[in-house]
Design a protein around this ligand. Sequence first.
Ligand SMILES: NC(=O)c1ccc[n+]([C@@H]2O[C@H](COP(=O)([O-])OP(=O)(O)OC[C@H]3O[C@@H](n4cnc5c(N)ncnc54)[C@H](OP(=O)(O)O)[C@@H]3O)[C@@H](O)[C@H]2O)c1
Length: 194
Amino acid sequence: MGESILIHGGAGGVGHVAIQLAKAIGARVFTTVREANFEFVRSMGADVIIDYEKEDYVDAINRETDGRGVDVVFDTIGGNTLARSPDALAQLGRVVSIVDIAQPQNLVQAWGKNASYHFVFTRQNRGKLDELSALIERGQLRPHVGAVYSLADLALAHARLESPNNGIQGKIAIAVVPSLLTSAELTPGESHDL
Ligand SMILES: NC(=O)c1ccc[n+]([C@@H]2O[C@H](COP(=O)([O-])OP(=O)(O)OC[C@H]3O[C@@H](n4cnc5c(N)ncnc54)[C@H](OP(=O)(O)O)[C@@H]3O)[C@@H](O)[C@H]2O)c1
């Protein structure tokens, strides 16, 4: 409660849910996206939106927090985020990463912040799913489907997901039942809130 969090990649499949979960527990949310996704992450509840193509996020966080930094950095993008996070962290801040570490990173700056690092591989369990269902029912969590592909086009869906600036907001859904693709609720290429 009352903490602040930087969520990298706020328009992504994980990021847009992370924004909503952080808001649901009372955090102040900073997020990095490209400009085309500003309105989307604002509608998810983001408080401070940083255009990662135009501004360095460390500078933006320090400006917006008067140099204090955020309590938590949530890394969904990788690169050198682990090494740079201490520059955007408050004292005793936490860094949570869900991505592979593609290259060794120098964490020497973490000492100065007494920072902790958490590496998370998510596992579904009934308790967590029940809590998510409750948030959805209360209107505090709105999973967003940015595109729908048929099962036959699974490879196309993966290729699009893996290309940068792919225009997808939220998740890609795969319609296992072909008739869903022609229904009014799920139209390929359109956006949907579930
Ligand atoms: N550990 C686990 O249990 C777990 C679970 C789920 C996912 N993951 C991993 O988490 C990562 C994210 O998954 P996802 O499903 O959210 O992927 P995604 O839907 O592709 O989202 C990634 C987002 O990051 C944005 N992005 C790319 N470069 C960026 C940068 N430098 N700064 C800010 N945003 C940037 C992308 O948008 P633009 O390119 O348009 O900017 C996109 O919106 C993947 O590597 C996935 O494998 C791990």
